[in-house]
Ligand binder design. Structure first.
Ligand SMILES: [Zn+2]
Ligand SMILES: [Zn+2]
Length: 213
């Protein structure tokens, strides 16, 4: 299996593990369930060899757990440059940490710009810049099997909000169109269910909802 999923608990985003000899963790939840996440990882990967954590965007429900996980795993945290500052500074307004009633925690991050290829040893994921939900949203795309990790840009049966800080409706429509043009087979979003066949239909629905088709 290329993608393993830990379904979001409480306010946590879904957390994904892209499997291979050099696995990649995608999103971290709020951090409220740090121990459960570590336990899941210990069942899912043979050794504690997760060296990279990719954050799909700045929001606390995806990034709140990053500092503790990076620390415990000794992993590097990767995020798009447009969302790097608020995460690095623990900006509670911009990451929405304050909306969750907590103080944002600074996280050391390495910046992505889109176009990078991240290899797990068995699969290659391309970083796609998909802004609109936030200014620095990214998706991960594996073209051999048509696998898309979509963050909060598109959900199964829905679309991300564009009315939060740094959100932008036109950018979101553009990003959804870009994802649709890939005709993905499988989609793994930041919240709710994932879909393992004909995922592009779900993206078309999202686009119709936005009135952008
Ligand atoms: Zn989210
Ligand atoms: Zn979000």
């Amino acid at each position: 299996m290329v993608v393993r999923c830990l379904a979001g608990m409480d306010f946590d985003s879904n957390i994904y593990l892209l499997t291979g000899d050099d696995p990649i963790l995608v999103d971290t939840g709020t951090g409220m369930h740090h121990r459960e996440v570590m336990k899941w990882l210990s069942y899912t990967v043979q050794q504690n060899n997760v060296r990279r954590i990719v954050l799909t965007h700045r929001h606390y429900d995806h990034t709140g757990g990053a500092a503790a996980l990076a620390d415990e795993l000794g992993a590097e945290v990767l995020v798009h440059s447009e969302d790097a500052r608020p995460i690095r500074e623990g900006d509670g307004q911009q990451t929405l940490a304050s909306m969750f009633g907590v103080t944002g925690q600074p996280v050391e991050v390495t910046e992505l710009h889109g176009g990078e290829i991240l290899s797990t040893g068995s699969s290659k994921f391309e970083v796609l810049f998909t802004p609109g939900h936030t200014a620095g949203g990214i998706s991960l795309w594996e073209k051999e099997k048509g696998i898309l990790i979509s963050g909060d840009t598109v959900f199964v049966g829905g679309v991300g909000r564009w009315d939060l800080p740094s959100g932008n409706f036109e950018q979101l429509v553009g990003s959804v169109k870009k994802l649709l043009s890939l005709t993905p087979q499988e989609i793994y979003p930041g919240h709710g269910d994932f879909c393992q066949s004909r995922a592009s239909e779900t993206i078309l629905e999202a686009l119709n909802y936005l009135g952008g088709s």
